[in-house]
Design a protein around this ligand. Sequence first.
Ligand SMILES: O=C(CO)[C@H](O)[C@H](O)COP(=O)(O)O
Length: 224
Amino acid sequence: MTQDELKALVGQAALAHVVPGELVGVGTGSTVNHFIDALAGMKDRIAGAVSSSDASTARLLAHGIRVLDAAEVTQLPVYIDGADEIDGRGHMVKGGGAALTREKIVADLAERFVCIADASKQVAVLGGFPLPVEVIAMAAPRLVRRFAALGGSATLRLKADGQPLLTDNGHPLLDVRGLQITDPLAMEAEISQWPGVVTCGIFARHRASLCLLGTPAGVQTLVF
Ligand SMILES: O=C(CO)[C@H](O)[C@H](O)COP(=O)(O)O
């Protein structure tokens, strides 16, 4: 099976975790796109969706799925999203799709985080994938030096035209290579309190409750 077929498999399997009659939190990325397409088949049985990016909002609306702003919502039963890496305790690195800030905000509203990922995302120690960090532009040089002191090499994420990529919130992103994230909770807490950091792509405080992992043998459910 191709990686995309594994993503489609878990996107479909995630429907079993959507609570009928309730809102569902929806993440961002190619795996979530499969989930959104599958969700269209049960759009009349949910109250609507709370989205984590402009891209997911556009896809949900194209399917006729009602989208509510996170600010209108006090609680969600479940948030469904992909990950760039997930470890054996449900800690994740996220933000490859630049949506980490809104993803963390919507995840924070949810009782449960259901991660959907193909098997390539499973790692023993986080940090192989460059850690995305959304930042305030004027703080970027200082933050690059702070990451260097942690042993990481931070670079500004660029678009194809060489200009800095900006998130849906209008901020640039650093991608940090070379970190060994052996204590995700501590590193998330440390980085998150540096002035100028909007959101750190470590999801340890908002780790997955369970992961639907797409493998060639089928969907494996990991409970954390
Ligand atoms: O964090 C994310 C977007 O900001 C995505 O969940 C992550 O990048 C995984 O993406 P994909 O499903 O395309 O592999």
